[in-house]
Each structure stands twice: as structure tokens, then as C-alpha cells.
Design a protein around this ligand. Structure first.
Ligand SMILES: Cc1cc2nc3c(=O)[nH]c(=O)nc-3n(C[C@H](O)[C@H](O)[C@H](O)COP(=O)(O)OP(=O)(O)OC[C@H]3O[C@@H](n4cnc5c(N)ncnc54)[C@H](O)[C@@H]3O)c2cc1C
Length: 264
């Protein structure tokens, strides 16, 4: 049993499966990688894992471990009991808020910061896994680095603000590369271009606003995922011809029509 269907849980589940074990992933949320993938990609990823022989149980929050001297079963908050010999917990990190509380800082799930990375005490800054900005804690390295740079600039007398956004998510090592960046669901005035590859487990989607890619989700399609991410990172304006091509399902301006199959 793997408790937690996030990046590390899924990578671990795949590795244990490759070692010949019978693996079940218990995920608290109603779908996989909910913060990073749209519903189609989540469902495809689930079906990819299940096709490999890995069981995914969603809406399953690990609540209790039973056993006498060794683990025998896992019980979920939903009341289901799963017998197991091995439990691997990959349920994320929770900030230890004891010290911030002692300092009287405003805390929720983490230390609440404004866009300058200041806590409720203007002489105390917080960044990284501990810092909660606009209700989000990402627990990701690039977020920690960029928040640290912003805090350092502000501490040194400069002025920089942190902008919230969905950081790039990359799932590798499971035989199917999964990448998402920016907004994966279009706002009202935005357009999405999406289609599925052959075999049921490859998918490509970009969200475009004002001719610029503002987000994307890719399962497989590695070359096109990279090209779309480069366009997103640089803010490249797509040409009218590219937009017409995308609308017609022609992704050749992102590296060809080649459709990649998942590599087992
Ligand atoms: C197994 C694992 C794999 C990961 N893989 C990825 C990945 O592939 N990609 C990605 O983007 N992110 C990944 N992360 C997340 C990434 O490591 C974190 O987001 C990042 O390290 C956060 O930086 P931080 O400085 O906030 O916290 P940390 O790196 O945890 O550093 C906090 C430091 O503070 C110290 N400390 C704690 N309390 C005190 C105290 N009271 N006084 C002094 N020191 C204290 C701790 O000992 C620690 O050294 C992974 C994390 C884990 C655990």
C-alpha cells in the first residue's frame, strides 16, 4: 500500500510494481494530481497506472494502521480496510508551526505571507515549504528558490513581489512523462487546444490567451511538451497560422505530428 498519490507516491508505486509487488495507491483527493492536471489528464493517468496493474483508490484518506508487531492493514477515513504487508507513506509535508505560533505570527496551514514574503510581523519573512501565500503551500523547490530571492531583495531594501501561479509539475520515471505548467483550465476569454494521442494514454493541451500560451498539460508528446513550455516560459506570441493549425489539430509548429506511445 502506498499512502499518497502525489508525485513521490506514484513514482514509488511504479518502482515497487517494477520489483514485482502488488501495489495499491490510496489517494485522499477525488483524482490524481488534482492541483496540476485537468480532469481528463488525471483520469488518463489513473487508467495508465491501472493498465500496468497498479490499483488506484481515490477518496481514500489513510487514517489508521493496524497490526500486531508489524503492519497488517491500513484503514481509511472513509472506513475501508486494506490488508497489506508493507506500507509506504508519501503523504507530503506539513509545516511545524510551533515557533511561528510562539512568535505570534498569523498562521493557517503555514506562515501567512504577503507578496513581499513578509509575515504578519514586518520584521519576519517566511519562504519555501513553510510559507503560505494566497492559501497555497506548494512544497516545491523552484517555488522556494524564487520566494527566497524575492525575500532577500526586499530585506536588502529593494522591492520585488511574488506572483502566484501554478509551478511546473513534472512526473518522470513511471514510463509516461507527465508535464503541466501555468493554467490548465482556460478562463472565460481563453481558448484551449487539446487532443488525445493513440493508445488512450497520451494527451496534449495548451491554454492560449491573447495569442500567448498561458498553460499546458501533456501526457507523452515529449517534444511538443518541451516546445510548448518554452513558448510559455518566453511568452512567445503565437502566429495566426499557428493558431489556425492548432485549431485544426495540427501541432507541427510544436515539433511535428509525431504521436508518442507510452514507453513501458
Ligand atoms: C523526498 C523529497 C523529494 C522531493 N523532490 C522534489 C522534486 O523532485 N522537485 C521539487 O521541486 N521539489 C521536491 N521536493 C521538495 C523540496 O525539497 C522542498 O520544496 C524544498 O527543499 C523547500 O525548501 P525549504 O528551504 O523551504 O525547506 P527545507 O529544504 O526542508 O529546509 C529547511 C531547513 O531548516 C531546518 N530547520 C527546521 N527547523 C529549524 C529551526 N527551528 N531552526 C533552524 N533550522 C531549522 C531543517 O533542518 C532544514 O535543513 C522534495 C522533497 C522531498 C522530501
Amino acid at each position: 500500500m502506498v499512502a499518497g498519490g502525489g508525485l513521490l507516491g506514484l513514482e514509488a508505486a511504479h518502482a515497487l510494481h517494477e520489483l514485482g509487488m502488488s501495489v495499491t495507491v490510496l489517494e485522499r483527493s477525488s483524482r490524481l494530481l488534482r492541483n496540476s492536471l485537468d480532469a481528463v489528464a488525471s483520469e488518463m493517468l489513473r487508467s495508465y497506472f491501472e493498465a500496468l496493474g497498479i490499483t488506484i483508490v481515490t477518496d481514500a484518506e489513510t487514517a489508521r494502521v493496524e497490526g500486531d508487531g508489524r503492519v497488517e492493514a491500513v484503514v481509511t477515513a472513509q472506513g475501508h480496510r486494506f490488508e497489506t504487508e508493507i506500507l509506504l507513506v508519501a503523504a507530503g509535508v506539513t509545516p511545524n508551526l510551533e515557533l511561528p505560533r510562539q512568535c505570534g505570527l498569523d498562521v493557517a496551514r503555514g506562515v501567512i505571507v504577503d507578496s513581499s514574503m513578509r509575515s504578519s510581523d514586518p520584521s519576519i519573512f517566511a519562504v519555501g515549504d513553510l510559507a503560505e501565500f494566497e492559501g497555497r503551500l506548494w512544497g516545491l523547490w523552484p517555488v522556494a528558490v524564487s520566494q527566497a530571492q524575492i525575500a532577500a531583495t526586499n530585506i536588502a531594501g529593494g522591492s520585488r513581489t511574488y506572483e502566484s501561479g501554478v509551478p511546473t509539475m513534472i512526473l518522470k520515471g513511471v514510463g509516461l512523462d507527465v508535464v503541466s505548467f501555468g493554467r490548465v483550465e482556460p478562463a472565460e476569454d481563453e481558448t484551449q487546444f487539446a487532443d488525445r494521442g493513440e493508445g488512450g494514454h497520451t494527451y496534449r493541451k495548451v491554454v492560449v490567451a491573447g495569442g500567448v500560451i498561458v498553460g499546458g498539460v501533456f501526457l507523452g508528446f515529449g517534444e511538443q511538451a518541451q516546445a510548448a513550455q518554452d513558448a510559455y516560459d518566453s511568452g512567445r506570441q503565437l502566429g495566426d497560422d499557428e493558431l489556425v493549425q492548432l485549431a485544426a489539430g495540427d501541432w507541427s509548429s510544436f515539433g511535428g505530428r509525431k504521436e508518442l506511445s507510452p514507453v513501458r
